[in-house]
Design a protein around this ligand. Sequence first.
Ligand SMILES: [Zn+2]
Length: 410
Amino acid sequence: MPSNDLVNTAENYLHALCTEIANRCVGSVGNQQATDLFTEKMIQFGFRTVRSEFDCIDWSSGEPSLSVNGESYEAFVSPYSLGCEVKSPLSMASTIDELKKLAGSDRVLLLRGDIAREQLMPKNFTFYNPEEHQQIIALLESKKPSAIISATSRNPELAGGIYPFPLIEDGDFDIPSVYMTEKIGDKLSQQLGKLVNLRFEAQRVPSTGCNVIARKGSDPNGRIVIFSHIDAKMGTPGALDNASGVVVLLLLAELLQANQPAITIEIVALNGEDYYSAPGEMRYLADNPNQLQDVYLGINLDGAGYVDGDTAYSLYDCPLEIAEKIRDSFPARQGFIEGEQWYQSDHSLFLMHNRPALAITSEKFDYLSTFITHTEKDSPELADPEKLVDAAHALQKLLFTLDQVWVNSR
Ligand SMILES: [Zn+2]
């Protein structure tokens, strides 16, 4: 049983990050409040703390109005879309070939079926961007429809539990767009060639955000880095995604208060995992021109602490000596389980630079990403503060042991 004090602290942090702060989306006031809170705590716990800023946009929109011949259709504004007021005939494409054959720019274009089955990666998202997505975006930009309507179903891998999901979520793409369910899309598709009225307001406001980087120890040759992304998707309290990870970092920093490790310990609130252009991740890589070659172990927490099931850890390219220490520090009897590898979070930064990594999430990861992640359901009741305290203790033990291994290997 973890101490009551720390459990209370964990609960208070969750409340502060998910309830007192209304929204942690990159660029928002809430996001800045969250990074302020993190900075203040890291300084209080004796870490050398720097903030690394980047430009981003804060976005807001009104409700869309969409009708054909006086009949209304329910739709949602795509995040980061520009606003519009258009009256144009409806055209349609469900494959890349159909999109290629479309003529005329003064159209409202309905995308449905195959072409709309997965969320299109943003234009400037460089970490993962399939050729097919780039081709669709390039075709849309050359066809220049006056607006785009996408009809979508579910896409847990790229869009989380949100249904319908926005096909386009990209502040660098300038054709206004809305999205709707497949069912309403079917209905709308009957209106091919008819005049569509589509109107909504939206604003992209220039803003800033930052990563918060907190360090102890000063060995230039060895560093253990621990990430949690502090931002949340727009429209979700983001308790498991990823206030819970941030809470573990805050608890861990408190536990390390009196320690002076030999190896450098770097605790990072990354800011942008759930934002279309991953600005914090880009900033972090730019701040690390050595390609992370001094990283002895990279750790990432995302989706940890779900009330149901164990806390799952997974290893990536860990040398035997590190793997052994990880397994010792996360024992089954304390509610840890070694789970499958997964790649949809910030530990990918370590993997792309061939550094050993450890990712920590919940055993019910699949359920969460299909039904909870990125929805309004991701609220603090779903996070178990005791599990977060247990994870912080396990990490403290791991850091202590790895520090010894590091010292002995010098
Ligand atoms: Zn996340």
